[in-house]
Design a protein around this ligand. Structure first.
Ligand code: FES
Ligand code: MG
Length: 601
């Protein structure tokens, strides 16, 4: 008897489903397939199993990643879904990033994870891939890599953690981590309280339980059509989460057959939907950076979605979801209030319902086919009584940030600071800030503007989440809870306050104005006019820039010398683009190192 695969007279189709896909180059295609089969059979697979569509399942489990603690159960459930639907599920690892265990920052490693994801999807004979991720940088990294690889993909998030409790008050990572730490700094919480809180802030596995970056990206994946409608909010520890995983496996087998690829599924409209949801949930500022990076991976979308698109959509989109840090509640509350299904129904008039989803149908069709019985809720507000009328996330420009800057206006604690003119207190680096911020002699008042330089993508590789500049201790002790703060870095999606982030170009860039601001300079923020202005005349700005150039020329550490660093760090510093482009590596974008030439197949 013969096996058709080894019939030397028939050509082997490299685009076939299953093991015939993308054979390694042994010269002879039949021999390559023979080799591939003999090795995978060492794992015990039969010819029957190997004749099925192959669904790759990305395993991002790590014992350093509590946000992914449930990945082993999710893997089981996805495989069950795949196998019940006639596919063969094969899991494989990629790197795993947790916010607290990714020094210097998880953002520094996001692009590395996207490369790992893209290359492993390319390298292996998968017909579709389930991307299991959850913690902040993992879902954007997976989508960036998945779009670039352009094989059918579907996302499965690990889901949010449950809230904890301390002295009868619900608490959760990580808005309450920051609030309570600020109280401890101000002396209103003692060491016993802060230690007890530490035990309860992350009481289960899963992603941070507020509308931080992880939850924001999960909601955005639904809005983009890359994840089923119910996929975003079910708690990590719930049985619902496992059923979502099982059905994700079923969807993946369908995708393996239809070969609906992300560059086909995603259009500009999908991104407009994503930004509408981002504004309506009061989502994380980090999601803006990620969305720019994701859009710029897509040859047909790159350049058509910018910071201005985010601001424009915000002007007509109310903030409807009452979760921390903009509001008061937790992801479990959003889930119990109907989650993304209820929100998308509320947002229908603003959505592009003809955008495609992983089901192969349009978003509008998915919504009308998913059973939905509305009920009144204070967590998801109706259009008529939003939590914040519009423009939760805004984009500011001006001489201080010609490339743009971002602010989550809805998370401002003292809203008068949204329109504020004041003298700034400049910290030239995080270490300068650490050394002086709590000094009793720091020349600062509640109307000062705190400005932190050198935490941009290149200046502090990885663009740390240091933008939540702490309130100087002497002011915190007087009860000051918010001040206008500006930096070229990021802040956690779970943080709040009147905080301007992602100032571009960053201070380390020799052309930046942000890098020449000095103590006492007057800055004017006008959220309504979307402007951020340094009130220093152009002549003085030019003089300071020339002076800086001279200093750089005579110094040892210049923009250029820093770019000669070895290893991944060197690659990062040379290739990372600015925040408004997504802080991606230029050579990974759709424009690529040579504009107009995309990946050769
Ligand atoms: Fe992983 Fe917050 S640390 S989601
Ligand atoms: Mg975070």
């Amino acid at each position: 008897h013969t096996n058709a695969d080894y019939d030397l007279s028939t050509p082997i189709d490299p685009n076939a489903i299953g093991l015939r896909q993308k054979l390694p180059g042994y010269g002879d295609a039949h021999f390559s397939l023979f080799m591939r089969k003999l090795f995978i059979k060492a794992l015990g697979y039969s010819e029957d199993a190997l004749s099925r569509p192959i669904v790759g399942v990305v395993n991002t489990y790590s014992s350093f990643n509590p946000c992914h603690a449930n990945v082993p159960q999710l893997l089981d459930a996805v495989k069950r879904g795949v196998q019940l639907s006639g596919g063969l599920a094969i899991d494989f690892p990629t790197i795993s990033l947790h916010e607290s265990f990714s020094s210097p920052t998880s953002m520094y490693l996001r692009n590395l994870m996207s490369m790992d994801t893209e290359e492993m999807i390319q390298a292996q004979p998968v017909d579709a891939v389930v991307l299991i991720g959850g913690c902040d940088k993992t879902t954007p990294a997976q989508l960036m890599g998945g779009i670039s690889a352009n094989k059918p993909i579907i996302h499965l998030v690990t889901g949010p953690m449950m809230p904890g409790s301390y002295q009868g008050v619900r608490i959760g990572a990580c808005t309450d981590c920051r609030n309570n730490w600020a109280k401890f700094r101000a002396g209103t919480l003692d060491i016993e309280d802060i230690s007890a809180l530490n035990e309860e802030l992350a009481p289960t596995g899963g992603t941070c339980g507020v509308m931080g970056t992880a939850s924001t990206m999960a909601c955005i994946l639904v809005a983009l059509g890359m994840m089923p409608i119910h996929g975003a909010t079910a708690p990590a520890v719930s049985s619902a989460r496992l059923r979502i995983a099982e059905s994700t496996g079923t969807h993946a087998v369908q995708l393996a057959k239809t070969q609906l690829r992300p560059q086909t599924l995603l259009t500009r409209d999908s991104f407009l939907n994503a930004i509408t949801v981002l504004q309506a949930i009061g989502g994380s500022t980090n999601a803006i950076v990620h969305l720019m990076a994701i859009a710029n991976r897509h040859p047909a979308v790159a350049g058509t979605i910018t910071l201005d698109t985010v601001d424009e959509i915000g002007r007509t989109t109310p903030l409807l979801v009452d979760l921390k840090p903009s509001g008061d509640n937790y992801m479990t509350d959003f889930h119990n209030a109907g989650g993304m299904l209820a929100l998308l129904h509320e947002l229908k008039p603003l959505l592009h319902l003809s955008a495609l989803t992983i089901t192969g149908r349009t978003l509008g069709e998915d919504l009308s086919l998913t059973p939905y019985r509305p009920f009144p809720s204070t967590i998801i507000r109706p259009f008529a009584s939003p939590l914040y009328p519009s423009s939760s996330l805004i984009v500011l420009r001006g001489n201080l940030a010609p490339g743009g800057a971002v602010m989550k206006a809805s998370a401002s604690k003292y809203t008068h600071l949204l329109h504020h003119r004041g003298p700034c207190v400049v910290f030239t680096s995080p270490s300068d800030m650490a050394a002086r911020i709590d000094s009793p002699t720091l020349n600062v008042t509640p109307s000062s503007i705190l400005l932190l330089q050198s935490i941009g993508p290149v200046g502090n590789p990885g663009m740390p989440e240091a933008g939540l500049i702490p309130i100087p201790r002497k002011l915190a002790a007087q009860g000051v809870q918010d001040m206008l703060r500006i930096s070229d870095g990021r802040m956690s999606g779970t943080a709040g306050g009147t905080i301007i982030l992602h100032v571009s170009p960053e201070s380390a860039d020799p052309s930046s104005t942000f890098g020449i601001v000095r103590d006492g300079d007057i800055i004017v923020c006008d959220a309504t006019a979307r402007s951020i202005t340094l009130e220093v005349d152009d002549g003085e700005i030019r003089r300071r820039k020339a002076e800086r150039e001279q200093r750089a020329a005579s110094g040892t550490e210049t923009w250029e010398t820093r770019r000669r660093v070895r290893g991944y760090r060197g690659l990062y510093m040379r290739e990372v683009n600015q925040a408004e482009e997504g802080a991606d590596f230029g050579f990974l974008t759709a424009a690529g190192p040579v504009p107009g030439v995309s990946r050769a197949e």
